[in-house]
Write a protein that binds this ligand. Structure first.
Ligand SMILES: NC(=O)C1=CN([C@@H]2O[C@H](COP(=O)(O)OP(=O)(O)OC[C@H]3O[C@@H](n4cnc5c(N)ncnc54)[C@H](O)[C@@H]3O)[C@@H](O)[C@H]2O)C=CC1
Ligand SMILES: N[C@@H](CC=O)C(=O)O
Ligand code: NA
Length: 433
């Protein structure tokens, strides 16, 4: 290998720009930490004519020829996002002997196993700390620090954009669409922000976390997902009235199936009590609880999105992979030996919050309780919200005990068919009760 560690950067947007800037600003520190200088040999962009002087890099380094660039580097950092050409470029880089660093959870959630296999075959590193929970060290703790323990649950907020939106809606009563524009301006959202609000970004992250936690290949399509598009200002107000807040949670847990184990993994808007530590996670911050057999409960908290925070995680991986290039050694490969089945969502059990508009007349509460009870679902609490004398309706807020998704779906159908019920306003899962 040459005197320096040669680095190719693919993409120079929010995160790529921050990585480029830091690599050029802190050259001496990186050289001291790695033992050799880190040299950017090229940055693949779509348009070389754009002014990128703020990165501190010479304009001659920018190229549209990513294909050639990835064959000329010891380390390739992929920050373009999307499936293609990101996947082919990473494959080509690995086949050329480069270690690769990516923040691309969408790609990893779908094709992580293929990339791991190729990296193994070519003896190079595949690092992706920035792909889940931005700056927060979470991948490395799961891959390395907790390698002697057994994880049984991972639960948390892993999408900054939706947390920013839900938090703003909760604090100001704003509409989802208005707050989304702000999250985009701040550089939190994906290039296509529907990936955030429809939960697909968190879905891919949940797949990555579940794979690492349970040594099982979990792909994005294995993760049940519900986004926040259906969460209304009314839902947020109703949650507030009962002392709760709505968060988009990613939950991956081991479940006992009568002697054998399965993985349950899902992403959905969730009601949590305001006293729960996740309730106080504001703006684009992320927080993840990891529950293990020996360490007990660990909480990881910090900035989950944004240029500089995400670049911090990318650069941690860059230094680690560069050290391996200089002194030898490799990071951990994929471990999927447990190969557990994925539990279908219909079997997963949670408590539910149901908001209903009902006829405001005697006997209705008893009828509703009976309708729900007949389905084998029991009620934890039921309280009347607003009574509206003008249309003879009252709003009811119900919380059920844990029940299966399938039973709850039947309850909702029966409530909709009941002559006492005018509308089933919202049905949200409840955690941390
Ligand atoms: N923005 C954030 O807070 C975080 C982003 N990520 C991930 O980091 C990656 C990059 O995200 P951002 O920097 O936010 O996106 P971005 O959209 O700001 O930057 C991507 C850049 O790559 C360029 N690009 C796309 N395709 C290209 C191609 N074929 N050739 C050359 N350049 C190409 C685009 O022109 C753009 O400048 C994505 O995978 C994203 O999911 C991960 C964690 C946090
Ligand atoms: N769009 C993502 C960026 C980080 O992964 C988010 O909002 O969390
Ligand atoms: Na991280």
């Amino acid at each position: 290998m040459s005197e320096s560690v040669r680095i190719a950067l693919l993409g120079c947007g929010v995160v790529g720009g921050a990585v480029a800037r830091r690599l050029s600003e802190a050259k001496d520190e990186f050289a001291a930490r790695v033992g050799r200088p880190l040299e950017i040999v090229g940055v693949a962009v779509r348009d070389t004519g754009k002014d990128r002087s703020e990165t501190g890099l010479d304009a001659s380094l920018f190229t549209t020829d990513a294909e050639t660039l990835v064959t000329e580097a010891d380390l390739v950092i992929e920050l373009m996002g999307g499936m293609e050409p990101a996947k082919s470029l990473l494959q080509k880089a690995i086949e050329s002997g480069a270690s690769v660093i990516t923040a691309n959870k969408a790609l990893l959630g779908q094709h992580g196993a293929e990339l791991y296999e190729l990296a193994e075959e070519h003896g190079v590193d595949l690092y992706y700390e920035a792909a889940v929970a931005g700056a927060i060290p979470l991948i490395r703790p799961l891959r390395v620090s907790l390698a002697g323990d057994s994880v049984h649950r991972v639960m948390g907020i892993v999408n900054g954009t939706t947390n920013f939106i839900l938090d703003k809606m909760d604090r100001t009563g704003a509409q989802l669409a208005d707050v989304l524009a702000e999250a985009q301006e701040l550089g939190y959202a994906e290039a296509d922000p529907t990936a955030d609000v429809e939960g697909h970004d968190a879905q891919a992250k949940a797949a990555i976390l579940a794979s690492l936690a349970f040594h099982t290949r979990v792909r994005t399509c294995d993760v049940h997902v519900e986004g926040i598009m259906g969460v209304t200002a009314d839902d947020i107000r109703a949650a507030r009235r009962i002392g709760c807040v709505i968060k988009l949670l990613a939950i991956a847990e081991l479940v006992d199936k009568g002697g054998s184990q399965a993985v349950n993994v899902r992403v959905h808007p969730t009601l949590i009590d305001r006293s729960h530590p996740l309730a106080s996670v504001r703006e684009a911050f992320n927080a993840v609880f990891v529950e293990t057999q020996m360490a007990g409960e660990l909480m990881f908290y910090g900035p989950g999105a944004g240029g500089d925070p995400t670049a911090s995680a990318v650069l941690g991986d860059v230094v680690q992979a560069a050290r391996h290039k200089v002194t030898g050694g490799r990071g951990p490969g994929e471990l999927s030996y447990a190969n557990l089945p994925i539990e279908p969502i219909g079997a997963s059990k949670t408590a539910y919050f149901i908001r209903l508009d009902v006829e405001d007349k005697p006997g209705v509460l008893a009828n509703i309780a009976k309708t729900i009870g007949e389905q084998g679902v029991s009620i934890e609490s039921m309280r009347q919200g607003v009574r509206r004398s003008q249309d003879g309706l009252a709003t009811l807020h119900l919380i059920t005990h844990r029940s299966s998704e399938a039973d709850l779906a039947d309850v909702v159908e029966r409530l909709k068919a009941s002559e006492d019920v005018r509308e089933v306003g919202s049905v949200l899962r409840v955690e941390g009760e």
